[in-house]
Design a protein. Structure first.
Length: 353
């Protein structure tokens, strides 16, 4: 049985949830980050994946049975996203000791596989929803495809199996993460409550009225573990979402109720959070000082640009999970519960008041 793991991006939303689950399941877990934090039961590995020689040195002596790649670096263009992020995957897999110990590599990407990269997001000819794995790639350059190709090439060379996991927007806790809708909405609701500003849905009519789904970080972690330990799941790509569907016109009120604010009526006007929160850094620092919060830097908590991209889509986005279900993955997580548990954890950890 596989029992030693290397979690790449262990300080992020997905990586930290995956590392915690593996520790709970009795695995020996090494957590790789550029600046590792303290995680219970996780042995830190400090490495910059853009540095091939440094990565190889950091991985010397590690013999993981399974590798979980949960990290990427956003660049200014898709061409740079491709160059940097494919190189990071290659440097990682080239840096592992060539002893055949690694039996499985899991790569986390996302629904931009179907929607296109940031530069062409939700534009042009898109697959029919709900998105299914057999719809394949769009005819457009995409760093997710480049990451996959780097994994496939290393698997053919080194003989390990692989899995690719495509979550929708991930709900989970991490400070300093570039794509963090749950914490962004928690901070936004806190600011609205503090100032009396209306708690406005920032996105499109299509997202407000249409069906959608999301992915809890714990649900994704369980899916990663399942694929790594299920022979039938080897060398497969998978969508992974919570298993429920909802409309934002319902969920927005649920979030507002948790924070004790009144949801503003939605009139169809797109009001991006990046604009609404543009001048809030000083106010958040004041709230943090007054309430004794652990993070006073708003930019390390909120990623309004990413939340705007998701909530501003002009199309309905729903994800099919039949492939995983047929193979035996039965995990389920109500999305409102995922939000509530995150908000409670943020409050308990003194990240929000």
């Amino acid at each position: 049985m596989m029992k030693t793991a290397l979690v790449v991006g262990a300080s992020g939303i997905v990586g930290s949830a995956t590392a915690a689950l593996l520790v709970q399941e009795g695995w020996t877990v090494h957590g790789l980050s550029r600046r590792p934090g303290v995680q219970e039961g996780v042995q830190p590995v400090a490495a910059d994946l853009q540095d091939a020689a440094g990565t190889r040195a950091a991985l010397a002596g590690l013999h993981p049975d399974a590798v979980f790649i949960t990290t990427w670096l956003r660049q200014d263009s898709e061409a740079e996203n491709i160059r940097v992020n494919s190189a990071m995957v290659r440097n990682l897999l080239d840096g592992l000791d060539d002893d055949g110990a690694t039996r499985h590599v899991a790569l986390v990407t996302g629904l931009k596989h179907y929607l296109g990269p940031f530069e062409a997001y939700g534009k042009g000819a898109l697959p029919q929803t709900p998105f299914r794995e057999e719809q394949g790639r769009l005819d457009v350059e995409n760093f997710y495809y480049a990451q996959e190709d780097a994994v496939f090439a290393a698997a053919a060379r080194d003989g390990f199996s692989w899995s690719v996991h495509r979550p929708h927007t991930v709900i989970g806790k991490a400070v300093g993460n570039a794509m963090n809708m749950g914490t962004t909405l928690a901070v936004y609701a806190t600011l609205c409550r503090e100032t009396g500003r209306p708690f406005r849905f920032p996105g499109s009519v299509a997202q407000w009225e249409g069906l959608t789904d999301m992915t809890d970080a714990g649900q994704l972690a369980r899916h990663l573990l399942w694929a790594a330990t299920t022979p039938e799941a080897a060398n497969q790509d998978f969508n992974i979402v919570n298993g429920d569907i909802f409309r934002w016109q319902w969920m927005w009120g649920r979030i507002a109720e948790w924070f004790g604010v009144e949801p503003a009526p939605f009139d169809g006007t797109v009001m991006p959070l990046e604009t609404q929160m543009a001048d809030d850094a000083a106010l958040w620092a004041e709230i943090a000082a007054r309430e004794g919060l652990v993070e006073a830097d708003l930019s390390r908590l909120a990623s309004p640009w990413h939340t705007d991209a998701d909530l501003g889509r002009p199309i309905e986005v729903v994800t099919d999970m039949s492939k995983s279900r047929r193979m035996g993955f039965t995990g389920y997580r109500p999305t409102d519960d995922a939000f509530y548990d995150l908000f409670a954890q943020l409050r308990a950890d003194r990240i929000i008041p």
